[in-house]
Design a protein around this ligand. Structure first.
Ligand code: HEC
Ligand code: HEC
Length: 289
């Protein structure tokens, strides 16, 4: 048989096979993206007094919502996901009014959106370690936001490209809700006002989003926080308050940005406690995380 006729006969079959494989690929990845998480809503009582709202604003800064949702919370593309996906962290001043208090609480605690699907990238595994009253104060503050127009050019919704979908299927990227067991208790509520246990609580609720859930760092992205033991307390304060790292490095990238814009809202006692905890960390090898 001539090559040409072989191609004529098998060509359409190959095309059909490729199309079938592609449809399976998209259907499969869509199933992961659209998976529903049946996490029940809780009864929540959100405070409205001005002290709670003010503290909620401070906590919102520390939890660095603005690092992803934009300085005025009017939405931003999560650039770290490019070019795998265009993840749109939406305009909170517009979307929060469409959410009930219980739905915001579930989103922060379990990573489940109003429509029952999971969010991607947003670190609810960190927010869920916050004391319930702190989550409620954040909601109290969110409720005071006046609706503002979207950041110019903000796309309407996230799009997941081929390579993101491939990583989803391979299990290399996970949705936030799939990383969370909704029945797991809060692990780090400080037992007393002891500096170290308080410092651990703060590190577990302010640093894990980027330094990994056990603070051991994320390969190719962020260091093990054991590195803090190389800092004096004074230098550590300088890093958290101004973003200047040891050795007078004024701009070490993302850490400098998030320190200046967000972590600087931690008060003196909080920063000393985080430092005290991180200093002891090398000796806490058998610690359960
Ligand atoms: C690391 C980045 C990041 C941080 C920090 C972050 N978000 Fe998000 N958020 C996102 C992204 C990305 C999306 C859209 C995700 C998607 O399309 O799956 C999102 C979506 C949302 C949504 C919309 C959910 C929906 O129904 O579409 C709300 C509300 C929200 N975030 C609130 C918050 C609040 C409040 C905080 C701080 C306590 C916060 N986010 C912190 C990245 C982040
Ligand atoms: C938004 C992500 C993010 C958050 C939140 C974050 N970090 Fe970082 N941090 C980084 C990254 C990324 C680096 C590596 C340097 C860089 O690329 O900016 C880093 C580096 C560091 C370093 C090493 C600086 C050096 O000397 O090179 C220390 C110490 C540190 N972080 C402490 C903390 C502590 C403590 C917290 C919580 C209170 C925290 N970080 C929260 C992203 C973050």
């Amino acid at each position: 048989m001539k090559r040409k006729t072989l191609l004529k006969r098998t060509g359409p079959a190959i095309v059909i096979l490729i199309l079938a494989a592609l449809s399976i690929f998209y259907l499969w990845s869509n199933a992961i993206i659209n998976r529903a998480y049946p996490v029940p809503l809780a009864n929540v009582y959100v405070p409205t007094d001005s002290a709670s709202v003010k503290e909620g604003e401070r906590l919102l800064h520390i939890e660095h919502c603005s690092d992803c949702h934009g300085a005025r919370l009017t939405g931003q593309i999560f650039s770290d996901a490019e070019p795998l996906a265009t993840l749109v962290a939406p305009n909170l001043t517009q979307i929060i009014p469409t959410y009930s208090n219980a739905e915001i609480e579930r989103l922060l605690r379990d990573g489940v959106k109003k429509d029952g699907r999971s969010i991607f990238v947003m670190p609810s595994y960190m927010f869920r370690q916050l004391k319930e009253e702190s989550i409620l104060k954040i909601i109290a503050y969110l409720r005071t936001l006046q609706p503002l127009p979207n950041t110019p050019g903000l796309p309407r919704e996230s799009t997941f490209h081929f390579s993101w979908r491939l990583k989803l299927i391979e299990g290399k990227i996970q949705s936030t809700a799939s990383m969370i067991n909704p029945n797991s208790p809060r692990l780090y509520i400080p037992k007393d006002t002891m500096q170290i246990s308080f410092g651990r609580y703060l590190a577990m609720t302010a640093c894990t989003a980027c330094h990994g859930q056990n603070l051991k760092g994320e390969e190719g992205f962020s260091p093990d926080l054991i590195i803090a033991s190389a800092y004096s307390e004074k230098d550590f304060f300088r890093l958290i308050r101004t973003g200047t790292a040891l050795g007078d490095r004024k701009d070490i990238g993302m850490m400098s940005r998030v320190a200046k814009n967000n972590l600087s809202y931690l008060n003196d006692q909080e920063i000393s406690s985080i430092y005290a905890y991180l200093k002891t960390k090398p000796t806490l090898k058998d610690e359960q995380h």
